[in-house]
Design a protein around this ligand. Structure first.
Ligand code: ATP
Ligand code: MG
Length: 379
């Protein structure tokens, strides 16, 4: 999969421009605050229809403008398709090959990117919510249909919480409504749990292997997942019971936490409360690992994620690396670039200085200055 052309207008601080990236390494260099991350964000947005740093798409519109547009021409096995996203204050318009896309799921699948951002590097120590989002982003990249499930879950969860807190409703109509929401929530929770656990099962060994190659420390890195509501056993990634059984467990767990949920006005059981843990030598990485080891863990996860995607999709996704080098020490940086050289992905790499990018072949260099992007000679 190759991004052949990228075009944007009214996107953050970027000057209206089109760009024809090369098939391998595209390096975007510039000082702080010039628009490097904005450029990667534009590519990420046209691919995923989301931003990786803002929950509201309208933040992407230039502050002096009313509309942001990003278009990408993507080549997959010789077949070119045009992906387009237009963002207005109140709406988002999505087009694929000049046509509206319905259902939106049709937009996803053939155009894939994996993002590796410096914020990710300390996620092993971050809040449980950050780690859930980190995991869900990986699941979604591998399996785009996961997005719809996650969004439905959020919607039902919100509605259930509104009912829990509603003081006008009689208790019998409350119970009736909760019965309906619990059914829906149990089914969606089971689907989310399944998707997450399957992902973790697939990524786990690659993750541990990559961590050892990066650190050569003999300290094993591992992942564990704890589900609320006792829907899973305590051991690591047990064989999941059937989806039906999981759903039934959620239903029972929701029923038994209903009293407490009503008291607190919030739903306490479900994948929105689960905990993903990064561990080093069996200890919680957040408390035990050094900063360098925490970074190495995420580097290991990301390389595992890329390999898993390449295996499943055959067609490797584009990789977006946002100034990761400046957060890694020279050894980890070398590992990262050796890894990239050994793969086939088209890469978009931002950096404050081109020399941080340890690549000499198949490389195109661009300079980013005050939102203007121009191709430049390397180094
Ligand atoms: N909606 C917007 N409209 C106009 N400018 C914006 C908008 N959002 C952000 N900016 C500007 O974009 C610039 C930041 O761009 P970006 O985050 O891409 O920088 P960067 O080159 O990645 O810098 P760094 O090296 O510090 O990460 C800032 O000057 C910011 O004010
Ligand atoms: Mg940046």
């Amino acid at each position: 999969m190759l991004v052949r052309a990228l075009k944007f207008t009214g996107f953050r601080n970027l000057a209206p421009s089109s760009l024809e990236p090369g098939p391998r390494f595209n390096v975007f260099a510039g000082n702080n605050g010039q628009g490097k991350t904005n450029l990667l964000e534009a590519l990420y947005a046209v691919c995923t229809l989301r931003s990786f740093r803002s929950s509201r798409l309208r933040d992407l519109i230039n502050i002096d403008g009313e509309q942001a547009y990003v278009g990408a021409r993507v080549d997959r096995g010789g077949l070119e398709r045009r992906y387009e996203l237009t963002i207005n204050a109140r709406s988002r318009i999505v087009r694929l090959d000049n046509k509206a896309v319905r259902p939106i799921a049709k937009y996803f699948g053939d155009f894939n990117v994996v993002l590796f951002a410096p914020e990710d590097l300390l996620v092993a120590k971050g809040s449980p919510g950050e780690r859930r989002r980190f995991l869900d982003r990986a699941v979604f990249t591998l399996k785009p249909s996961f997005l719809a499930v996650a969004q439905d879950f959020e919607k039902v969860l919100k509605s259930r919480n509104v009912v829990l807190r509603d003081e006008q409703l009689s208790s019998s109509s409350k119970e009736e409504m909760l019965d309906v929401y619990d059914q829906q929530l149990a089914s969606l929770s089971a689907q989310i749990l399944w998707a997450r656990i399957n992902y973790l099962k697939n990524v786990q060994e690659r993750f541990a292997g990559a961590f050892e190659s990066i650190t050569r420390s003999g300290l094993p890195a591992s992942l564990s997942y704890e589900a609320t509501g006792e829907v899973l056993g305590v051991e690591q990634f047990p064989e999941l019971p059937s989806q039906q059984e999981t759903e039934a467990s959620y239903l029972a767990a929701l029923a038994s936490s209903r009293r407490a949920d009503l008291r607190r006005g919030a739903t306490n059981v479900g994948p929105h409360r689960d905990v993903l843990r990064f561990q080093l030598a069996g200890q919680l990485a957040g408390n035990f690992a050094s900063q360098g080891q925490l970074r190495a863990m995420i580097l290991a996860w990301k390389t595992a994620e890329m390999d898993l995607l390449a295996e499943v999709h055959e067609d490797p996704p584009a990789l977006l690396l946002d100034d990761v080098s400046s957060e890694l020490d020279p050894k980890r940086n070398e590992y990262l670039f050796d890894f990239l050289r050994g793969r086939k992905n088209q890469c978009f790499i931002s950096t404050t200085h081109p020399k941080f990018v340890l690549l000499s072949e198949d490389r195109r260099d661009f300079r980013v200055e005050n939102g203007h992007i121009e191709e430049s000679s390397s180094l």
